[in-house]
Design a protein around this ligand. Structure first.
Ligand SMILES: Nc1ncnc2c1ncn2[C@@H]1O[C@H](COP(=O)(O)OP(=O)(O)OP(=O)(O)O)[C@@H](O)[C@H]1O
Length: 257
């Protein structure tokens, strides 16, 4: 089966520094792949190249076989490739339900006037409630977005990404800045999304137990290069990966000259 995302020779340089270097990567549809690597390995930069926040210096990005390298992040999001922080339309003074409902509405392109039709309104509400359930925010429907905890805000963002019918979810450290008690709930949310079986998830995480629990595959970035990509077991047993993490490989060995 054709990969849902593919990169060829994907490279970005910031001045003299190559942050992502000649990455050839394939993302199978409807799977969860984690991206790991030490701080500064290029994980977030790689995400930004996929989502269109950054333009590649060299190389190409494909979505379902289409070359999207020159497409804006908005156009990519419309195609179904989205990252959580791209959602700038979380209204802090609206409730959880209202925010999700607006996202569902914007996707369904239902015009405001159609709210007059009660059946449409009811459908919107039902879909919003379903998504609030998927991200485990039941009971918080009427909470004001700005008053949610950090973890709950991330859940709301994910619900809105789902409402926009995002096929590929790019989740950049969804547990960052979260209290320890909030982490298992986010793990459950990602599992619940995975269980729906129709989403492709790319996840940047530092929490190894979480990665091993969730991932179908893991890719390792090191100094901007793709060091390895394989099943969790393969990656754990990969000597090069072990060396990289143990500091056995020096930056110069892998750095772009
Ligand atoms: N806009 C930019 N201008 C210059 N250098 C940048 C820019 N963005 C990233 N970099 C550099 O590129 C490298 C990769 O950064 P990136 O944030 O992608 O790493 P990361 O693997 O996500 O790290 P972390 O785990 O700490 O988030 C770093 O050396 C960083 O300083």
């Amino acid at each position: 089966m054709e990969p849902i995302i593919k990169t060829e020779n994907l490279t970005i340089r910031f001045g003299g520094h190559t942050a992502v270097s000649k990455v050839n990567f394939e993302m199978p549809a409807k799977q969860l792949k984690s991206i790991i690597g030490p701080n500064g390995a290029g994980k977030t930069t790689f995400f930004n190249l996929l989502s269109g926040e950054l333009k590649a210096t060299e190389g190409d990005v494909y979505f379902k076989g289409e070359n999207i390298t020159s497409m804006s992040s908005v156009a990519r999001a419309r195609l179904g490739l989205g990252r959580s922080f791209q959602i700038t339309n979380v209204f802090p003074n609206l409730t959880v339900l209202e925010n999700v409902r607006l996202a569902v509405q914007s996707k369904e392109k239902i015009r405001y006037q159609m709210y007059r039709h009660f059946t449409h309104y009811k459908k919107l509400l039902e879909e919003s409630q379903r998504l609030i359930g998927v991200v485990l925010l039941q009971g918080k429907e009427h909470a004001i977005a700005s008053q949610l905890s950090h973890g709950e805000k991330r859940k709301l963002e994910i619900a809105m990404l789902l409402a926009l019918d995002t096929e590929v979810l790019l989740l950049d450290e969804p547990t960052a800045g979260m209290s320890l008690e909030e982490v298992p709930a986010i793990l459950d949310v990602i599992k619940a999304i995975k269980q729906t079986g129709d989403k492709t998830i790319l996840l940047i995480e530092h929490k190894m137990d979480m990665i091993l629990d969730l991932s179908d595959s893991i890719m390792v970035l090191f100094n901007g290069k793709l060091l390895a990509d394989g099943s969790p077991e393969e990656i754990m047993n990969n000597e090069t990966v072990q060396n990289a993490y143990l500091g056995g490989l020096y930056d110069e060995n892998l750095a772009e000259s």
